[in-house]
Design a protein around this ligand. Structure first.
Ligand SMILES: Cc1cc2nc3c(=O)[nH]c(=O)nc-3n(C[C@H](O)[C@H](O)[C@H](O)COP(=O)(O)OP(=O)(O)OC[C@H]3O[C@@H](n4cnc5c(N)ncnc54)[C@H](O)[C@@H]3O)c2cc1C
Length: 395
């Protein structure tokens, strides 16, 4: 298979958001090509791999090979090591094998008619009369120009497509989480529970997670706000201290480091002939740092609007505004609420967190929900109760 000189749409980046966009465009009968710079789709994995039940099942029936473990609850650990167990009711979820999952998503897009090329490093946009209408890329040693009506930037946290296309992509330092995660083996933990630790000893301005991955394995990671990672102790030191104290006998099989940008979603992730999706468009949930499901939704909506714009032969920014308009109705407004809740939670000190833990532990175990935790978490700013209510009611 050879790269053609023209496709209706070019997608840059083979993560979940890029594959979903390519899938939707191919399904609508338009030609689409996805370019991925790495050697493999799905590897390297830079993710804790947690996703909610609905986040996955709304698109595809999950294959067994995608799922490392099924999650039925969480244990939240307060600064004074108070453990609160929460049984998930409607909020069950999975820890994925993203290496397999991402690969299969790209395959689903290809089966629908999309073309995929790996080892294709997109290094510039082609812009004519103000409209983005193609990309320049390096494929092995070949320098190639490919034209299109629309380019979709699904190039993740390190995105440059947006900047090249005139979209404001800057993220404030305080909204950048500094993350590091080890995939470990030789760990004995319940396989159906995620464990989260909060407080300044564990993870200032963020949290430390243990996500079970089956067969005595787990992803153990930490995300701390950029506000704190500047001040001396790095995310790696926090994680190493935690492991030394709690799990000194594990072996670390994989290490991933990276930033997670947790600002509000971009209000205009578009320009003439250009759309951004997933992490590139700041579609991560700013509260949890989870971006697989929302990136897939962003990719899906962008793919559908791109197909409509091809049908109507209008690739202007004005036309493409339909994309953020729909996105904000579906989840962008909720992400803005999560952002406000996060801002409030970041003001809490360890005493406050211990107070919340005590309050929540008084709720009978079978009545505890994530929303009850959040309601207590915003007790210092009662006006946010409405936001908590709305995000959990899905309004
Ligand atoms: C440590 C860590 C833990 C996380 N844990 C979770 C979690 O548990 N649950 C969750 O939902 N989210 C989690 N996330 C976030 C999640 O990984 C991302 O939100 C998700 O991968 C976004 O998908 P995407 O398709 O937008 O981008 P990505 O999955 O990052 O894909 C972007 C792709 O674009 C390619 N690319 C970039 N530039 C170019 C170029 N110039 N040319 C060609 N290709 C290019 C990259 O190689 C990459 O494959 C975590 C992130 C980190 C760092």
């Amino acid at each position: 298979m050879k790269i053609k000189s023209y496709y209706d749409v070019i997608v840059v980046g083979g993560g979940p958001s890029g594959s979903m966009a390519a899938y939707e465009i191919a399904k609508a009968g338009f030609s689409v090509c996805l370019f991925e710079k790495d050697r493999d789709i799905g590897y390297p994995v830079r993710c804790g791999e947690a996703i909610g039940y609905n986040g996955l099942n709304q698109y595809f029936k999950p294959k067994k090979s995608w799922i490392a473990s099924e999650i039925k609850g969480a244990t939240l650990v307060s600064p004074q090591n108070h453990k609160i167990d929460i049984e998930f009711k409607n909020e069950t979820g999975y820890i994925l094998n993203r290496r397999v999952f991402d690969y299969d998503l790209a395959k689903i897009a290809v089966n629908e008619g999309a073309e995929v090329f790996t080892r294709c490093y997109v290094n510039d946009l082609i812009i004519k009369d103000g409209f983005v209408n193609g990309v320049k890329l390096k494929y092995f040693s070949d320098v190639v120009e490919v034209k299109s009506k629309i380019v979709i930037g699904a190039d993740g946290i390190e995105s440059r497509i947006g900047r090249w296309g005139g979209i404001k992509t800057l993220v404030k330092m305080k909204d950048m989480e500094s993350c590091i995660q080890y995939s470990v083996s030789n760990i004995d933990i319940p396989q159906d529970k995620m464990i989260m630790f909060v407080g300044k000893e564990y993870a200032p301005g963020g949290y430390l997670w243990i996500f079970p991955k089956g067969e005595n394995s787990a992803n153990i990671g930490i995300g701390i706000s950029g506000k704190y990672s500047k001040k001396g102790k790095s995310a790696k030191s926090y994680l190493d201290d935690f492991l030394k104290k709690n799990y000194p006998n594990v072996s670390i099989l994989t290490t991933v480091c990276g930033g997670v940008s947790c600002p509000k979603p971009m209000s205009e992730p578009i320009n003439d002939g250009l759309m951004l999706v997933g992490d590139a468009a700041h579609q991560i949930n700013p509260m949890t740092g989870g971006g697989i499901a929302s990136g897939m939704r962003g990719g899906q909506i962008a793919g559908q609007i791109a197909a409509q714009s091809l049908h109507d032969k209008d690739y202007s920014k004005e036309y493409l505004m339909k994309y953020p308009q729909r996105l904000f109705k579906e989840f962008g407004n909720n992400h803005n609420r999560f952002y406000r809740i996060k801002e409030s939670i970041h003001q809490l000190n360890d005493e406050d967190l211990n107070y919340i833990a005590e309050k929540v532990s008084l709720i009978p175990e079978n009545k505890r929900t994530l929303s009850s935790v959040f309601k207590h978490a915003v007790y210092k700013k009662p006006s946010l109760i409405v936001d908590v209510f709305k995000v959990f009611a899905g309004i």
